[in-house]
Design a protein around this ligand. Sequence first.
Ligand SMILES: [Cu+2]
Length: 242
Amino acid sequence: MNRRILKTFTANTLAVTALVAGTTLISPALTYAQEAPDAAQGEEATQDPPIRGITGTVTFARETRLKKVELVNVIVSVEGLRLEEDALAEALESREPSVIDQEDMTFVPHVLPILIGEAVEFNNGDPIYHNVYPATGEPPFNLGMYPNAEPQATTFEEPAIVEIKCAVHSEMQAFIVVKENPYFASVQEDGTFTIEGVPAGVQQLQLWHPETEPVTIEVTVPEDEAVEIEAEIMYRLGEGEE
Ligand SMILES: [Cu+2]
């Protein structure tokens, strides 16, 4: 996160609270905080070329020590925007290769967002046999059994949340979140995220985490700068948690 850019856009802040408890959605409480523009920050903005898009911070409404309930497993995405074929091909070209490693009997990362048409490489770094298959059977693939060997790849063509499992180790689980446009991001460890290039206008921003119900927030993206949001999400309680 470029701190200067973040600071530049605190003048245009949209604060959002979205609460989810258990499987029941408590109606998301939305608060909009529009701060007065700051002259000094305005000057800074002329030095940094502004990005258009959505930036912000996500926090959990309560603390947890459960490893899988981490902010890095939150996906923030703009929903309802399907790209033309050319624009999609261009977006695919600018994507970095997507990889899920199998390390110490764990899929890493636990949650991976990708763009439709993108391939994911599965890389077994353990000296034991692992397997990769989708728990729902879709898309149909099964990478068989393979130890510490050549990585295998599979391509995802439809928007979906694909739960990935290993037939050898039932506790191994990952989620590939296949999006129909490139306007998505994983949240960083510190809760921040940036989605660049989002078309201006009213957009539907979704917050998703495997342990929450998805929450959708309406966000207005300006023509030539970023809108900054703050969002709070609540995960489902795990065993032994209060
Ligand atoms: Cu395994």
